[in-house]
Design a protein around this ligand. Sequence first.
Ligand code: SF4
Length: 244
Amino acid sequence: MTVSSASGPGPVTITANGHAASPASAQGLPFDAGCSACPRLAGFLAQQRGALPAYYNAPVPAFGAADARLLVVGLAPGLHGANRTGRPFTGDHAGILLYQTLFDQGFASAPVSEHAADTLRLIGARISNAVRCVPPENKPEPAEVRRCNAYLAHDLAAHPADGVVIALGTIAHQAVLDALGLRRSAYSFGHGAHHALPDGRLLIDSYHCSRYNTSTRRLTPEMFAAVFAAARALLDTRRDTGAA
Ligand code: SF4
Protein backbone atom coordinates (compact mmCIF):
# COMPACT_ATOMS: atom_id res chain seq x y z
CA MET A 1 0.00 0.00 0.00
CA THR A 2 1.40 3.34 -0.91
CA VAL A 3 0.47 6.37 1.14
CA SER A 4 1.27 9.82 -0.07
CA SER A 5 0.42 13.26 1.15
CA ALA A 6 1.11 16.67 -0.31
CA SER A 7 -0.17 20.16 -0.09
CA GLY A 8 -1.55 21.87 -3.13
CA PRO A 9 -3.09 25.15 -4.09
CA GLY A 10 -6.65 25.98 -3.10
CA PRO A 11 -9.54 24.60 -5.10
CA VAL A 12 -9.66 25.71 -8.71
CA THR A 13 -12.78 25.19 -10.75
CA ILE A 14 -12.74 24.69 -14.49
CA THR A 15 -16.00 25.70 -16.08
CA ALA A 16 -17.80 23.74 -18.77
CA ASN A 17 -16.11 26.06 -21.25
CA GLY A 18 -12.72 24.95 -20.04
CA HIS A 19 -11.80 28.19 -18.29
CA ALA A 20 -10.77 28.70 -14.69
CA ALA A 21 -13.71 29.92 -12.68
CA SER A 22 -13.74 32.69 -10.12
CA PRO A 23 -13.48 31.71 -6.42
CA ALA A 24 -17.17 32.51 -6.06
CA SER A 25 -18.01 29.52 -8.26
CA ALA A 26 -15.54 27.10 -6.66
CA GLN A 27 -18.41 24.69 -6.02
CA GLY A 28 -18.31 23.63 -9.66
CA LEU A 29 -21.40 23.28 -11.78
CA PRO A 30 -24.52 21.29 -10.96
CA PHE A 31 -25.32 18.53 -13.39
CA ASP A 32 -26.86 19.73 -16.64
CA ALA A 33 -28.59 17.07 -18.72
CA GLY A 34 -28.64 19.50 -21.64
CA CYS A 35 -24.92 20.29 -21.64
CA SER A 36 -23.40 20.27 -25.11
CA ALA A 37 -20.13 22.07 -24.34
CA CYS A 38 -18.03 19.38 -26.05
CA PRO A 39 -18.74 19.57 -29.79
CA ARG A 40 -17.33 16.14 -30.60
CA LEU A 41 -19.32 14.41 -27.85
CA ALA A 42 -22.50 16.37 -28.57
CA GLY A 43 -22.19 15.33 -32.20
CA PHE A 44 -21.63 11.70 -31.26
CA LEU A 45 -24.70 11.76 -29.02
CA ALA A 46 -26.75 13.27 -31.84
CA GLN A 47 -25.64 10.40 -34.07
CA GLN A 48 -26.67 7.87 -31.46
CA ARG A 49 -30.09 9.44 -31.07
CA GLY A 50 -30.65 8.56 -34.70
CA ALA A 51 -28.98 5.15 -34.65
CA LEU A 52 -30.12 4.01 -31.20
CA PRO A 53 -33.32 5.93 -30.43
CA ALA A 54 -34.28 3.73 -27.49
CA TYR A 55 -31.08 4.68 -25.65
CA TYR A 56 -30.76 7.43 -23.04
CA ASN A 57 -28.25 9.33 -25.24
CA ALA A 58 -27.52 12.36 -23.01
CA PRO A 59 -25.09 13.41 -20.26
CA VAL A 60 -25.37 10.77 -17.52
CA PRO A 61 -25.92 12.07 -13.97
CA ALA A 62 -24.11 10.71 -10.94
CA PHE A 63 -25.95 8.03 -8.99
CA GLY A 64 -26.37 8.04 -5.22
CA ALA A 65 -26.80 10.67 -2.53
CA ALA A 66 -24.75 13.83 -3.04
CA ASP A 67 -23.35 13.66 0.52
CA ALA A 68 -22.46 9.95 0.44
CA ARG A 69 -19.11 9.30 2.16
CA LEU A 70 -17.84 6.98 -0.57
CA LEU A 71 -17.49 8.60 -3.98
CA VAL A 72 -16.52 6.28 -6.85
CA VAL A 73 -15.26 8.06 -9.96
CA GLY A 74 -15.14 6.23 -13.26
CA LEU A 75 -14.11 7.33 -16.72
CA ALA A 76 -17.18 7.94 -18.90
CA PRO A 77 -20.46 6.29 -19.89
CA GLY A 78 -20.19 3.19 -22.04
CA LEU A 79 -22.12 3.32 -25.30
CA HIS A 80 -24.27 0.29 -24.51
CA GLY A 81 -24.12 0.69 -20.74
CA ALA A 82 -24.73 4.00 -19.01
CA ASN A 83 -25.48 5.71 -22.30
CA ARG A 84 -28.24 3.17 -22.86
CA THR A 85 -29.70 3.11 -19.36
CA GLY A 86 -28.90 6.57 -17.97
CA ARG A 87 -27.24 5.22 -14.81
CA PRO A 88 -23.44 4.97 -14.38
CA PHE A 89 -21.99 1.50 -14.88
CA THR A 90 -25.37 -0.01 -15.67
CA GLY A 91 -26.09 -2.26 -18.61
CA ASP A 92 -22.66 -3.33 -19.72
CA HIS A 93 -19.75 -5.43 -18.52
CA ALA A 94 -17.95 -2.83 -16.41
CA GLY A 95 -20.83 -2.56 -13.96
CA ILE A 96 -21.05 -6.26 -13.17
CA LEU A 97 -17.99 -6.34 -10.94
CA LEU A 98 -18.55 -2.83 -9.57
CA TYR A 99 -22.08 -3.39 -8.27
CA GLN A 100 -21.30 -6.87 -6.98
CA THR A 101 -18.35 -5.43 -5.07
CA LEU A 102 -20.37 -2.51 -3.72
CA PHE A 103 -23.03 -4.96 -2.55
CA ASP A 104 -20.46 -7.24 -0.91
CA GLN A 105 -19.16 -4.29 1.12
CA GLY A 106 -22.60 -3.00 2.10
CA PHE A 107 -22.61 -0.04 -0.28
CA ALA A 108 -25.52 -1.25 -2.44
CA SER A 109 -28.87 -2.86 -1.75
CA ALA A 110 -28.51 -5.42 -4.55
CA PRO A 111 -25.61 -7.01 -6.43
CA VAL A 112 -26.87 -6.15 -9.91
CA SER A 113 -27.81 -2.80 -11.41
CA GLU A 114 -30.26 -3.64 -14.17
CA HIS A 115 -31.65 -0.28 -15.28
CA ALA A 116 -32.19 3.23 -13.98
CA ALA A 117 -35.72 2.44 -12.74
CA ASP A 118 -34.91 -0.70 -10.77
CA THR A 119 -35.06 -0.76 -6.97
CA LEU A 120 -31.33 -0.80 -6.36
CA ARG A 121 -30.12 1.82 -3.88
CA LEU A 122 -26.61 2.86 -3.07
CA ILE A 123 -25.93 2.98 0.67
CA GLY A 124 -23.50 5.71 1.65
CA ALA A 125 -22.02 5.66 -1.82
CA ARG A 126 -22.21 7.70 -5.00
CA ILE A 127 -20.93 6.88 -8.48
CA SER A 128 -19.79 9.58 -10.84
CA ASN A 129 -17.62 9.86 -13.92
CA ALA A 130 -14.79 12.07 -15.10
CA VAL A 131 -16.78 12.66 -18.29
CA ARG A 132 -20.60 12.62 -18.43
CA CYS A 133 -21.13 11.98 -22.16
CA VAL A 134 -20.27 8.77 -23.96
CA PRO A 135 -17.05 9.22 -25.96
CA PRO A 136 -16.36 7.33 -29.19
CA GLU A 137 -14.41 4.13 -28.45
CA ASN A 138 -14.50 4.94 -24.72
CA LYS A 139 -11.76 7.52 -25.23
CA PRO A 140 -12.48 11.07 -24.11
CA GLU A 141 -10.05 13.72 -25.27
CA PRO A 142 -8.10 15.71 -22.65
CA ALA A 143 -10.04 18.88 -23.43
CA GLU A 144 -13.30 17.02 -22.83
CA VAL A 145 -12.10 15.75 -19.47
CA ARG A 146 -11.10 19.30 -18.54
CA ARG A 147 -14.43 20.75 -19.62
CA CYS A 148 -16.45 18.17 -17.70
CA ASN A 149 -14.30 18.68 -14.61
CA ALA A 150 -16.66 21.40 -13.36
CA TYR A 151 -19.37 18.78 -12.83
CA LEU A 152 -17.01 16.49 -10.96
CA ALA A 153 -15.94 19.49 -8.85
CA HIS A 154 -19.57 19.91 -7.89
CA ASP A 155 -19.75 16.28 -6.77
CA LEU A 156 -16.58 16.71 -4.75
CA ALA A 157 -17.85 19.93 -3.14
CA ALA A 158 -20.75 17.97 -1.66
CA HIS A 159 -18.57 15.03 -0.62
CA PRO A 160 -17.94 14.98 3.16
CA ALA A 161 -14.53 15.85 4.58
CA ASP A 162 -14.28 12.44 6.26
CA GLY A 163 -15.06 10.67 3.01
CA VAL A 164 -13.15 8.39 0.70
CA VAL A 165 -12.88 8.74 -3.06
CA ILE A 166 -12.10 5.70 -5.20
CA ALA A 167 -10.74 6.63 -8.63
CA LEU A 168 -11.10 3.96 -11.29
CA GLY A 169 -8.14 4.42 -13.61
CA THR A 170 -5.59 7.13 -14.27
CA ILE A 171 -7.91 9.57 -16.00
CA ALA A 172 -10.38 9.48 -13.12
CA HIS A 173 -7.51 9.87 -10.65
CA GLN A 174 -6.22 12.96 -12.47
CA ALA A 175 -9.72 14.38 -12.84
CA VAL A 176 -10.23 14.19 -9.07
CA LEU A 177 -6.94 16.00 -8.48
CA ASP A 178 -7.81 18.66 -11.05
CA ALA A 179 -11.24 19.21 -9.55
CA LEU A 180 -9.66 19.72 -6.13
CA GLY A 181 -6.95 22.03 -7.46
CA LEU A 182 -4.17 19.60 -6.55
CA ARG A 183 -0.96 19.02 -8.47
CA ARG A 184 -1.01 15.79 -10.44
CA SER A 185 2.73 15.34 -9.92
CA ALA A 186 2.23 15.14 -6.15
CA TYR A 187 -0.02 12.07 -6.34
CA SER A 188 1.01 9.23 -8.65
CA PHE A 189 -1.61 6.75 -9.74
CA GLY A 190 -1.11 3.17 -8.63
CA HIS A 191 -3.56 0.36 -8.11
CA GLY A 192 -4.29 0.16 -4.38
CA ALA A 193 -2.45 3.41 -3.62
CA HIS A 194 -3.90 5.55 -0.82
CA HIS A 195 -3.43 9.31 -1.04
CA ALA A 196 -4.13 11.51 1.99
CA LEU A 197 -5.49 14.77 0.59
CA PRO A 198 -4.89 18.14 2.25
CA ASP A 199 -8.56 18.57 3.16
CA GLY A 200 -8.66 15.30 5.10
CA ARG A 201 -10.21 13.13 2.46
CA LEU A 202 -8.56 9.97 1.25
CA LEU A 203 -8.17 9.09 -2.41
CA ILE A 204 -7.77 5.41 -3.25
CA ASP A 205 -6.76 4.28 -6.74
CA SER A 206 -7.91 1.19 -8.56
CA TYR A 207 -7.53 -0.12 -12.03
CA HIS A 208 -10.77 0.44 -13.91
CA CYS A 209 -13.17 -2.51 -13.87
CA SER A 210 -13.39 -2.54 -17.67
CA ARG A 211 -13.92 -5.69 -19.68
CA TYR A 212 -10.34 -5.42 -20.95
CA ASN A 213 -8.81 -5.15 -17.49
CA THR A 214 -10.87 -7.97 -16.02
CA SER A 215 -10.54 -10.33 -18.96
CA THR A 216 -6.75 -9.89 -19.05
CA ARG A 217 -6.65 -10.32 -15.24
CA ARG A 218 -4.91 -6.98 -14.87
CA LEU A 219 -7.72 -6.48 -12.37
CA THR A 220 -9.07 -9.54 -10.56
CA PRO A 221 -12.22 -9.61 -8.42
CA GLU A 222 -9.98 -10.15 -5.41
CA MET A 223 -7.91 -7.05 -6.19
CA PHE A 224 -11.05 -4.99 -6.63
CA ALA A 225 -12.63 -6.35 -3.48
CA ALA A 226 -9.52 -5.39 -1.50
CA VAL A 227 -9.83 -1.77 -2.63
CA PHE A 228 -13.44 -1.50 -1.52
CA ALA A 229 -12.84 -3.42 1.68
CA ALA A 230 -10.12 -0.91 2.55
CA ALA A 231 -12.52 1.95 1.84
CA ARG A 232 -15.17 0.34 4.02
CA ALA A 233 -12.72 -0.15 6.88
CA LEU A 234 -11.44 3.42 6.63
CA LEU A 235 -14.91 4.90 6.54
CA ASP A 236 -15.98 2.85 9.54
CA THR A 237 -12.83 3.82 11.47
CA ARG A 238 -13.22 7.48 10.65
CA ARG A 239 -16.82 7.44 11.76
CA ASP A 240 -15.89 5.72 15.01
CA THR A 241 -13.05 8.12 15.78
CA GLY A 242 -14.70 11.24 14.40
CA ALA A 243 -11.63 11.87 12.23
CA ALA A 244 -12.04 14.28 9.35
S1 SF4 B 1 -18.73 15.67 -21.51
FE1 SF4 B 1 -19.37 17.01 -19.83
S2 SF4 B 1 -18.77 19.11 -20.46
FE2 SF4 B 1 -18.71 17.78 -22.30
S3 SF4 B 1 -20.74 18.00 -23.25
FE3 SF4 B 1 -20.87 16.21 -21.88
S4 SF4 B 1 -21.62 17.00 -19.90
FE4 SF4 B 1 -20.90 18.77 -21.13
